[in-house]
Design a protein around this ligand. Structure first.
Ligand SMILES: Cc1cc2nc3c(=O)[nH]c(=O)nc-3n(C[C@H](O)[C@H](O)[C@H](O)COP(=O)(O)O)c2cc1C
Length: 172
């Protein structure tokens, strides 16, 4: 499958089977994240792999979008180590860096038959506190990861509609 086919085939899975994710697949997925570009190559990201019963119970108590996954990646970045734009006050690269890492992870997972769902519907500071992250780390997203349940389906109104290119691209 080439990258365009892969990107179009992927969908957000919101019902996971209890089948555990193999360690080799997880390592390959994390390696794809490691290959992601970051601003000035500062690599401010940190990925927490939540797999213990305790960690999963904690994240399920703070977020309704875990969908039964037995592996959840929590992606954060170090606000003291991301790139700061000297030409535009207040513009920092952390969220962009982490988003690229997460996108690599999501696509590498799908390529190996592993499903995920990008999740940002949670209280970021509460999650950071619950897992004892350092003050300077900011949580960006959660990525429940694993095998789709047999009856999981893409959401009709969300997965199947993309705006025409002309609505989102302007040639100048
Ligand atoms: C930044 C971002 C935040 C998202 N947050 C959530 C979320 O909290 N819960 C959820 O179920 N899906 C979430 N999604 C998944 C989107 O709803 C989904 O990607 C979009 O509707 C397109 O559907 P598809 O991924 O199945 O193609 C999020 C996606 C992105 C990119």
């Amino acid at each position: 499958m080439d990258l365009l086919e892969l990107a179009k085939a992927r969908w957000s899975v919101r019902k996971f089977s209890p089948r555990p994710l193999e360690q080799e697949k997880l390592e390959r997925i994390l390696e794809a994240g490691r290959a992601a570009p970051t601003a000035a190559n500062f690599q401010p990201q940190h990925i927490y792999v939540l797999q213990s019963e305790e960690a999963l119970a904690r994240i399920n108590s703070l977020c309704r979008c875990i969908y039964g996954a037995k592996t959840v990646l929590l992606l954060s970045y170090d606000t003291e180590r991301d790139w700061k734009n000297p030409q535009q006050a207040g513009i920092h690269s952390g969220e962009q860096d982490v988003s690229i890492v997460a996108t690599h992870i999501m696509l590498s997972a799908w390529e190996q038959g592993v499903a995920s769902c990008w999740v940002n519907a949670f209280a970021n500071d509460q999650v950071a506190a619950a897992f004892g992250l350092p003050e300077r780390e900011r949580v960006v997203l959660l990525l429940p990861l694993g095998y789709a349940a047999e009856d999981a389906k893409p959401m009709e109104k969300w997965h199947f509609s993309r705006k025409p290119l002309a609505d989102t691209v302007t040639f100048l």
